[in-house]
Design a protein. Sequence first.
Lengths: 106, 178
Amino acid sequence: MSDRLIKKYVPMTESAYYILLALKCERHGYGILGYIDKITDGRVKLGAGTIYGTLSKMDKDGLINAVSEHDRRKTYLIDDFGLRILKIEIERLEELLNNARKESKS
Amino acid sequence: MKSIKKVFKWWWGWNSSKIENYLEEMAKKGWRLVEVSFGMTTFEFFKEDEQKTRYAFDYQNKIDDEYLTIIKDAGWKYVSKSSGWILWRKSYIDIRPNLFTDNQSLIDRNKRLIQILSMMILLQIPIITMSIIDNDYFNHPIVSRVIWFMYAPFFILLMFSIVSLFLASRRLKGDGRR
């Protein structure tokens, strides 16, 4: 079950990666959008439809949890399984980066 | 000069960007969309100032508050909805906004459409079985002909739509790999 899900999410799309990263703190949909816009200096702009779709999928697959709801805005937080998948992806990215650095030194 | 215009436009769910671009072009010429009718195929425009407006269609099985709030928070304005389709618009100045920023979102939208169309096909099974098995009503030459005249085009349309959605998704997957 979880192997199938790991395969589904890794390698990750940029949107999925940044949404998981954003959800290390409790945030709602629009908050995620603003956070990603800020940390990428406006390079990654996520569409609202894409955010909604990704959040519902991740919620269903058990990567994130809906924590609370204020003013018709659900807030989400990454859970243990989400953190595990994010870690696998970060290790993959580190490998890519390290290999490139080794190659440029030689 | 005439200031109201009503246009009938047929469009396919796997190619909604075509109708979205059409509406955007109209806005650029100053035709503001004010009314949508007949299952999102008839569009009524008022002549106003020229505007840059992005239009975007989504398809959702259920439209809940959570969905509406996320989209509205991002500055989109609700225009119209009909049988699961929902039309949004957003005015812009420089950067053209998108409701979906990856292919996966469009593939998922196609998936939802395929699900609903497949269900419609499954619902036809009783009628089809009835028309095949020996049955006084359906074996009546006129009745069965009428049924097939009514059902065949509907059935072909459903099948054509499902196949087209599959092909569109396959193209989108290919794009993603590049």
